[in-house]
Design a protein around this ligand. Structure first.
Ligand code: ASP
Ligand code: MG
Length: 406
């Protein structure tokens, strides 16, 4: 007998038919002798509908009240799911976040979980109940309802799995796993059987559509076995996200290719090579809550450097305005913004123990006539900036060169 946490996202509980399918799946697990805890999202579109309603009555909504409203989507699905399970002759009980005692901080709309009281739910589990817990919500010390940020039900599921020491946390969604790359760009992209937490975090651009990244961090930290599966298929083992890195010699060196088309490059040209200059540039940008991704400083000459970094395309103009205003103070010659770049990353823990990955990557791209404008690396990732226009062909060529389609 195992204890399994099963999380069903919005599309998996979109209507009564889908909720009945969830109950059928739960029954299968119960019939096989497992203990099951279900975590559900709101029915798909429901949270957006609530957000729209909020914006129609108040232009600067009080975050406390917004969370009261937003948390109701999940409350509907826990009740319906519990009823559907009961209909199949199985004891089931619903729990809101605060009924479980999911204690969070008071950062409404992006609250963090501080503690999960397991006393009540453990008792029910021992008494043979299937528990159906509302994702995405908790309550602060004062009992105010809080929400965990969009996609937060994934984090609820992982946190519950960690608190109950579950054998596995299964995330059911509308795709059947994590792929080597986006199947819309490479038709024969393959589902990965397994991937490590580190790789999953690096593959943000691929994975974040499937899983809230915070839940992946959480699972890595608390050593929860996480599996992504499709709720639209009867069978299938999905992709397991492991915290162990038992890498075998024959395993592929590269696990996947992630990319982001929404990246823009900013270069601050010819700045003095003095201590504190990077902070002088990036400090005011961070103060405006602009996320900076790749950062590269090129050693120039005559004591001058070029400083390059990327931001989301939507923040390019704001970033350029901030820098233009500081240009003289920085002693920079020129500020250049380039919205036409895309970022591509090769990701794989196998890189740690293999040489020649970078050279193979660059050879492949040179054979395709693709120009690389910026390169940065970590232990398990090589990221480059190229023209947006050549992104698809670059991904396709590299997918083939690294045998990801096999
Ligand atoms: N219902 C929330 C959202 O749409 C939480 C979730 O689905 O994970 O973001
Ligand atoms: Mg989701």
């Amino acid at each position: 007998m195992s204890l399994i946490v099963q999380k069903f996202g919005g599309t998996s509980v979109a209507n009564s038919e889908r909720i009945n399918a969830v109950a059928d799946r739960v029954k299968k697990y119960v019939d096989n002798g497992h203990q099951v805890v279900v975590v559900v999202s709101a029915m798909s579109g429901e949270t957006n509908k609530l957000l729209k309603l909020i914006s129609e009555v108040n232009s600067k909504p009080d975050p406390r009240e917004s969370d009261v409203i937003l948390s109701t989507g999940e409350q509907v699905t826990i009740g319906l799911t519990a009823l559907a399970i009961q209909e199949r002759g199985i004891k089931a009980k619903s729990y809101t976040g605060s009924q479980v005692k999911i204690l969070t901080d008071n950062a409404h709309s992006k609250a963090r979980i501080i503690n999960i009281g397991t006393e009540n739910i453990q008792k029910d589990l021992n008494n043979g109940f299937v528990l159906v817990i509302a994702g995405f919500q908790g309550a602060d010390e004062q009992g105010n309802i809080t929400t965990l940020g969009r996609g937060g039900s994934d984090t609820t599921a992982v946190a519950i799995a960690a608190a109950l020491n579950a054998d596995e946390c299964q995330i059911y969604t509308d795709v059947d796993g994590i792929y080597t790359t986006d199947p819309r760009v490479v038709k024969n992209a393959k589902r990965l059987k397994s991937i490590t937490f580190e790789e999953m975090l690096e593959m943000a651009s691929l994975g974040s559509k499937v899983l809230q990244l915070r839940s992946v961090e959480f699972a890595g930290k608390y050593k929860v076995n996480l599996r992504v599966l499709s709720s639209f298929e009867e069978e299938g083992e999905g992709t397991i996200i492991t915290y162990e890195e038992d890498h075998k010699m024959e395993d592929p060196i590269i696990s996947g290719i992630a990319f982001n088309r929404d990246e823009a490059k900013v270069t601050v040209e010819s700045i003095p090579d003095t201590p504190g200059i990077a902070y002088q540039i990036l400090g005011p940008i961070a103060d405006q809550n602009i996320d900076v991704d790749m950062i590269i400083q090129n050693i120039g000459h005559d004591g001058l450097n070029d400083f390059t970094f990327t931001v989301n395309t939507t923040e390019l103009n704001k970033t350029l305005d901030i820098l233009e205003a500081m240009k003289e103070k920085l002693g920079a010659k020129k500020i250049i913004g380039d919205p036409k770049v895309a970022k591509l990353s090769l990701v794989g823990v196998g890189m740690r123990s293999h040489v020649g990955v970078a050279s193979k990557m660059f050879r492949t791209l040179s054979e395709e006539g693709i120009n690389i404008s910026t390169i940065s690396t970590s232990e398990i990732k090589i990221s480059i900036l190229i023209e947006k226009e050549s992104l698809d062909s670059a991904v396709q060529a590299l997918h083939k060169a690294f045998n990801l389609d096999q």
